[in-house]
Design a protein around this ligand. Structure first.
Ligand code: PMP
Length: 403
């Protein structure tokens, strides 16, 4: 991405602001006028958003709905989030919860409170680069840990850290149905990561927007379940993927001392998260609608994941390998064989012209690796649309590899 130069004297931290590589692909996508099958954005499709309930609840009268709210969040929503966390198996209390303006603000707050310039952050490779963008904006340095089918390869961390020559202050992980790989960190690795965080005096930033969207297999206990009340675990959560991203409502579940500072920091950012939206989400939860909605989503996403894998395999056979996520939104596709040399960034505009969009692999690593991989979101499209999209992808690939 090119950054415009300016004669204005900007803060040194602007030099480490990377902007969103993911969003620049989606901005290009948004400017297209022809029909495009969208495997790019990690967002639920319109038909999976309970808009009728939202409209009804937003219209309900409640005094103070349009006033400023408490920075930590509306008490009704905090109570509902506590109950929801409990249903997911995580004991918490209102003193640990802070409502945020989406998961991004949770990440921004966490990194703002934890990182000084030059501090080291371990990140997964590939990872959600918008997340590490927040750490970089506080002038942190990132080091990459590889990911396999069981999530971050935590056993490799001692060597990686030894090579870096100093201990990390933060370990940033997306443990469930990781964005972009779809993989889930195994129990043994979670336990080892907790031990390493202790040894290094580091904090685990546990970014988990997708954990409630498990459609196959058994839940793996969260860090907070393995080590209840551990102040080294910062849980960042959001309603974006389980309700709707435009709500911009999320939460963090943290040690009360950190929460107190986070409230101060949030006060200086946006005073409070939108009050009408918070109350609408609180009412949605208090009417008991979320659990039924999640059950529906899980069924739809299971079917869509299976369809995507089936269609990709039928189309590309051994020329691709794919992850097999048990939840969430994403498949990570690596090109091999006859397609091994294909560059998914160069393929992207060709695919757009053919009417299909995905996110190229290099968008998911600060180092720009993964040129022969791509992320596919299976959550947005019906199986019929997917078949069209994959056929268009194959046409784009053929155009690129044709002699
Ligand atoms: N973390 C991860 C891993 C995500 O995938 C996303 C959204 N794509 C976020 C955080 C940000 O969530 P929100 O949209 O609620 O800010």
């Amino acid at each position: 991405m090119s950054t415009p130069t300016s004669t204005i004297r900007m803060a040194s931290r602007t030099r480490t602001m990377i902007g969103s590589i993911i969003d620049s692909s989606t901005a290009l996508l948004a400017s297209q006028k022809h029909d495009i099958v969208r495997f790019a954005m990690g967002a639920p499709n319109a038909e999976l958003i309970p808009t009728a309930d939202f409209d009804r609840l937003l219209g309900a009268h409640a005094p103070g709905r349009y006033d400023y709210g408490a920075t930590e969040g509306e008490p009704e929503l905090i109570a509902q989030v506590q109950a929801f966390q409990q249903r997911l198996g995580i004991d918490t209390e209102p003193e640990r919860l802070l409502i945020t303006t989406g998961g991004m603000q949770g990440l921004d707050l966490a990194f703002k409170l934890l990182l000084d310039p030059g501090d080291l952050v371990v990140v997964e490779a590939p990872t959600y680069t918008n997340g590490i963008g927040t750490a970089l904006s506080y002038q942190a340095e990132v080091i990459e840990a590889p990911v396999d089918a069981d999530g971050m390869i935590v056993e490799d961390l001692p060597d990686i850290v030894a090579r870096a020559g100093r201990a990390p202050k933060v370990i940033y992980t997306i443990p469930n149905f990781q964005n972009p790989s779809g993989t889930t960190m195994s129990l043994a690795r979670r336990q080892l990561l907790l031990e390493l965080a202790e040894e290094w005096d580091a904090v685990i930033v546990d970014d988990d927007p997708y954990g409630a969207l498990r459609f196959d297999g058994e839940d793996v206990p969260a860090f907070a379940q393995l080590s209840p009340g551990n102040p080294r675990v910062v849980q960042v959560r959001t309603f974006s993927k389980i309700l709707a991203p435009g709500l911009r409502v999320g939460w963090v579940d943290v040690d009360p001392a950190l929460r107190a500072k986070a409230i101060d920091a949030k006060q200086a950012m946006d005073t409070c998260t939108s009050v009408p939206t918070q109350r609408m989400v609180a009412d949605y939860l208090s009417e008991g609608l979320l659990d039924a909605h999640l059950t529906r989503l899980r069924g739809v996403y299971r079917q869509r994941k299976q369809a995507m894998r089936r269609i990709m395999t039928a189309q590309f056979g051994d020329d691709v390998t794919m992850t097999d996520p048990q939840g969430g939104f994403f498949l990570w596709v690596a090109l091999q064989g006859r397609l091994a040399a294909l560059d998914t960034q160069k393929l992207f505009p060709v695919a757009l012209r053919h009417g299909v969009a995905y996110i190229p692999g290099p968008a998911f690593a600060a180092s720009g690796r993964f040129g022969n991989a791509l992320r596919v979101c299976f959550a947005t499209s019906t199986p019929e649309r997917m078949a069209d999209g994959v056929a268009r992808l194959a046409a784009a690939v053929d155009e690129q590899v044709a002699p």
